[in-house]
Design a protein around this ligand. Structure first.
Ligand code: 5GP
Ligand code: MN
Length: 315
């Protein structure tokens, strides 16, 4: 793929979207692209970011307040899907479908890349890293750098997971030259939890169970418990990672009930098992070490099915 400037030449309207239940990389990469396009395009070009209910903690990124929930009815000249395959963009899909030209920028290994232009690199730490590659470095500024930094930091566990490459760190080095307060941004968007978030983390850890001789750990929350604490999916970020920090565990599973009998699963691997493959076998996807899928059944049935599938990969 060429630099993004070349791909949007002449466009009068541009839509940008990411995946449902947007995370830090999703918000950072889409807003980073938005801020950059706002800067380089004529002022009469319509540029929209469409995301469904992005977590409020990311309001420290410029442009957060202009995020739309739905695309315009009018077809966009260019529609850019970032950090997602086209089948996970939820309410943005009508905007994608009608657009004259579609672009997909992603780092998920499971993305088949079926847009007009596809820039899929599973070796990239994050979609935000790909956005950095596609923009003209000379046009970077503090706001764009902040957005991209937050995106990279969130998908790499603050530059710690194995997807962090020397190239990632070189990009991060250039970004922090813009002088934003990165320790505060990481505290607020990554580490800080509300009291109730910590309470449910404790509860899930306490009720978690080991399988396959301690090589799998699984825990979850049903709709009733979520209602009791007044929490939504956004409050559960990080729980699966904490489960994975259990000595001897190869794969951690965290699941929560979307509606009675329908579970959203998050999988994390220490490296031995490719959890993208496991998730794909249930119609989901993701990365080698972090993936997700949906499975129907009771908590015990779902646990039995996912542990059996992981168990086959452990052999
Ligand atoms: P998380 O567990 O944080 O929700 O997701 C981990 C990774 O797997 C993310 O990169 C996410 O985009 C991907 N992922 C999670 N759920 C699904 C799913 O249902 N389908 C696909 N294709 N990817 C998913
Ligand atoms: Mn990502």
């Amino acid at each position: 793929m060429n630099k993004i400037t070349e791909e949007i030449t002449g466009a009068g309207s541009i839509g940008i979207t990411g995946h449902i239940r947007p995370d830090g990389d999703c918000v950072g990469s889409t807003l980073g692209m938005y801020l950059y396009l706002k800067k380089i395009c004529d002022s009469d070009v319509i540029i929209d970011v469409i995301l469904d209910d992005p977590p409020q903690i990311f309001d420290c990124i410029k442009g957060f307040d202009s995020i739309r929930k739905y695309p315009r009815r009018q077809p966009y000249d260019v529609f850019i899907v970032i950090d997602s395959s086209v089948d996970r963009i939820g309410e943005s899909y009508p905007g994608y479908e009608k657009a004259h030209k579609t672009i997909n920028i992603d780092h998920h290994i499971s993305n088949p890349g079926c847009s007009d232009i596809n820039y899929i690199d599973p070796d990239a730490s994050s979609a935000s890293e790909l956005v950095y590659r596609l923009i003209d470095e000379e046009k970077l500024d503090k706001d764009i750098a902040t957005a991209i930094y937050i995106g990279i930091a969130h998908d790499t566990g603050v530059m710690q997971y194995s997807n962090t490459s020397p190239q990632t760190l070189r990009i991060v080095a250039k970004l922090i030259e813009y002088g934003f307060d990165f320790p505060a941004l990481i505290d607020v968007t990554f580490h800080e939890k509300t009291y109730v978030q910590n309470q449910i983390l404790g509860r899930v850890l306490m009720e978690s169970r080991l399988y396959e001789g301690g090589r799998i750990i699984a825990g979850g929350l049903d709709t009733q418990t979520m209602k009791l604490y007044g929490i939504t999916s956004k409050d559960m970020d990080g729980i699966v990672n904490q489960l994975c920090y259990t000595k001897g565990v190869e794969v951690a599973v965290f699941m929560y009930e979307l509606e009675p009998g329908k579970w959203k699963l998050s999988l994390r691997s220490c490296g031995l098992v490719n959890v993208a493959e496991v998730a794909e076998s249930f119609g989901g996807g993701g990365h080698v070490r972090a993936s997700g899928c949906n499975i129907e059944g009771t908590y015990d049935e779902v646990t039995a099915r996912i542990c059996a599938a992981i168990g086959r990969h452990l052999e």
